[in-house]
Ligand binder design. Structure first.
Ligand code: F6P
Length: 355
């Protein structure tokens, strides 16, 4: 038996742990593993794969990134051509899969990768998906791989900003990733003890934030910490976009932190600074939790392949692993629910969401 494994979309800490688990399980079951390079680009273009043996994955559990490489610019369904524009290359992927003699393919990725995986499964490929994204926005699973590490990195950043904010009596705004969801901002904001958390799910009003900051000052706190998700949006206003999307690539978000800091400086008359945490959140060694999740996801995905349960994705509900059909995952986004325990606890202790 021969099984492929690929990592697609933005990298996330823990990817290597999955690859390692897949290869190690395969070695005990006499299965050959083919590592497909740079996500689905490795199925579109020739000779972008290599055999993986246990010695290839030795020592990678604690490494961030992905030994297979990845990209978020190689969607076979709208593949960029040299002459500009895009074309559907999914049949090339199907042919490559057959040419490589694969019996199954494990695709580790976020909503983009899983949508491609789903389309290729419908074209006859034996695919099992694994949810990874620091954004934690994949539907059907409570937790995606990489989220925990990103939250830890962002929390440490909030801790570091606290000391300088206190010393200078400033407002410090930390912008974190998360695309159209506020999971990282909410979790790191709570864990770091932020005073204000801005998430895309709750449009904010700058005047409300300013009022909260001045109220804190009246109570004796001469600094404030704001954590803003990159997708946070002012009520009735626009999202901050760094680069518009195209048929081949998603839009790039960024800049809301700077806008909020400037607005707060004007509204409060206090000094404000903004910090954009950016890809630092994706670059760390995976946390213990993500190493454990990676190992469990990889082992379970191999079980699904070996038992022929394709068109599926492994999940984790916070307690147990599970399996869902890819059909139920694509086209949906897991956002922060209004009644989530985290949100309610934050509100209960007085955190402002700018609403
Ligand atoms: O989806 C993961 C993510 O890190 C988002 O949080 C962020 O908006 C995006 O990817 C950044 O993408 P890129 O690596 O293309 O800058």
């Amino acid at each position: 038996m021969k099984v492929g494994v690929l990592t697609g979309g933005g990298d996330a800490p823990g990817l290597n742990g999955v690859v390692r688990a897949v290869v190690k399980v395969a070695a005990t079951r006499g299965v050959e593993i083919v590592g497909v390079e740079d996500g689905f680009r490795g199925l579109v273009e020739p000779n972008r794969w290599r055999r993986l043996t246990p010695s290839d994955v030795s020592g990678i559990l604690r490494e961030g990134g992905t030994i297979l490489g990845t990209t978020n610019h190689a969607n076979p369904l709208s593949y960029p051509s040299d002459r500009g524009g895009v074309a559907d290359h999914s049949s090339v992927c199907v042919d490559r899969y057959r040419e490589l003699g694969l019996d199954g393919l494990i695709a580790i990725g976020g909503d983009g990768t899983l949508t491609i995986a789903h389309a290729l499964w419908r074209k006859g490929l034996n695919i099992v998906g694994i949810p990874k994204t620091i954004d934690n926005d994949v539907a059907g699973t409570a937790v995606s791989l990489g989220f925990d590490t990103a939250v830890n990195v962002a929390t440490e950043a909030v801790d570091r900003l606290h000391t300088t904010a206190e010393s200078h009596h400033r407002i410090m705004v930390l912008e974190v990733m998360g695309r159209y969801t506020g999971w990282i901002a909410l979790h790191a904001g709570i864990a770091g003890g932020a005073d204000v958390i801005l998430i895309p799910e709750i449009p904010f009003d700058l005047a409300c934030i300013a009022a909260r900051i001045l109220e804190r000052e009246r109570l004796g706190a001469r600094f404030s910490i704001v954590v803003a998700a990159e997708g946070a949006t002012p009520r009735g206003g626009e999202r901050a976009i760094l680069e518009a999307g195209s048929a081949a690539a998603l839009e790039r978000l960024g800049g809301i932190g700077g806008r909020v800091a400037a607005g707060l400086e004007q509204a409060t008359g206090r000094e404000a600074r903004s910090v954009l945490l950016g890809h630092v959140q994706r670059g760390a060694a995976p946390s213990a939790f993500d190493r454990l999740l990676a190992t469990q996801f990889g082992a379970r995905a191999m079980e699904l392949v070996l038992s022929g349960q394709f068109g599926t994705m492994v999940t984790f509900n916070g307690e147990d692993l599970g399996v869902v059909a890819l059909d139920t995952v694509v086209g949906r986004t897991s956002t922060v629910p209004e009644d989530s325990d985290g949100l309610r606890a934050a509100r209960a202790i007085g955190v402002s969401f700018g609403d």
